[in-house]
Design a binder for this molecule. Structure first.
Ligand SMILES: [Zn+2]
Length: 301
């Protein structure tokens, strides 16, 4: 590990368009749903703090602040949301422990900014059932019953992830909460997919098995542009080096191989990588410099 490697994202150009990004007949909008904090050591696993701290500084409890950034795909009479944020069901103790913050950003305000409400969402693609991706999938109604948070949406999950979420290991049980799964099953709005699937024209689901079992990243592409919603395969720009993986990953060696494959294609074809957890950078293109992947261009949708 060299310092040069640790500073792989220092030099970049930024671009911001006044128009929403378009891919094919879809408009893409970033939907910020809130912030939370995780222990920096866990978030960067074997990477020494002296290195990860240069990317995301920690607070006095050693926590790093992370985004809960979803993506809205509008078009073909659909409003498709990828992931739902952490939601509002956590108790006060957990909210404090993880510094869950919906004051700067929340799902409702972000949807409102593009003229939508939760009932307008037609489809929800859940990358996986971890609480920080699927917590917003369900909520309490006025009677205190757990219900799907998007009443008119169909939700999509990989079969392998659902099976795992219903029977997780001792090491990841705390990340899979039944309150985020059961209301979708009981209201029959959960649709199960298996493997690599073109869910809609130009929208493809890509399975990964290093972070957890049956995570699905999402590839949105036309002839000119491809965007990958990376979810926890590449959570932040700091995780661009393949071996910078999280301690949460069930199969870190698989994560490294999967990330290498994705990075090689993203670099070669100049795909846009959308980053769910990066505190500062929504999306980016990368380049290879002296054998290391680094940020080439920051993208704001
Ligand atoms: Zn996860």
């Amino acid at each position: 590990m060299t310092l040069l490697e640790a500073k792989h994202y220092v030099h970049f150009q930024s671009s911001k368009s006044s128009h929403p990004m378009k891919i094919g007949s879809y408009q893409l909008h970033t939907i910020e749903t809130g912030r939370f904090r995780l222990d920096g050591g866990t978030f960067f696993a074997t990477i020494p703090k002296t290195l990860w701290h240069q990317h995301i500084p920690s607070d006095d409890e050693n926590r790093v602040e992370l985004a809960l950034r979803c993506l809205l795909i509008k078009g073909k009479r659909k409003n498709i949301l990828i992931d739902c944020g952490i939601g509002y069901k956590m108790d006060d103790k957990v909210k404090t422990f993880m510094a869950i913050d919906h004051t700067r950003y929340n799902l409702e305000r972000s949807l409102q900014a593009v003229g939508l409400e939760k009932r307008d969402i037609t489809h929800v693609i859940l990358t996986h059932f971890h609480y920080d991706h699927a917590g917003g999938a369900t909520d309490y109604d006025h009677q205190g019953n757990l219900v799907p948070a998007f009443p008119n949406a169909l939700y999509y999950i990989q079969r392998k992830n659902l099976m795992w979420a219903l029977n997780p290991s001792d090491s990841d049980r705390q990340s899979y909460l039944m309150e985020n799964i059961e209301p979708l099953r009981s209201k029959h709005c959960l649709r199960i997919v298996s493997g690599r699937v073109e869910l809609f024209p130009d929208i493809e689901l890509m399975p990964f098995n290093g972070h957890t079992v049956g995570l699905q990243a999402v590839k949105i592409s036309d002839r000119n542009t491809t965007l990958i919603y990376c979810a926890d395969v590449i959570p932040t720009t700091a995780h661009l080096p393949p071996h910078w993986v999280m301690a949460y990953d069930l199969h870190p060696l698989t994560s490294i191989e999967e990330k290498k494959n994705l990075l090689a294609k993203a670099c070669k074809h100049q795909w846009i990588l959308f980053l769910e957890h990066d505190p500062n950078i929504e999306a980016c293109r990368i380049r290879l410099n002296d054998g290391k992947y680094e940020l080439r261009e920051e993208i704001c949708l």
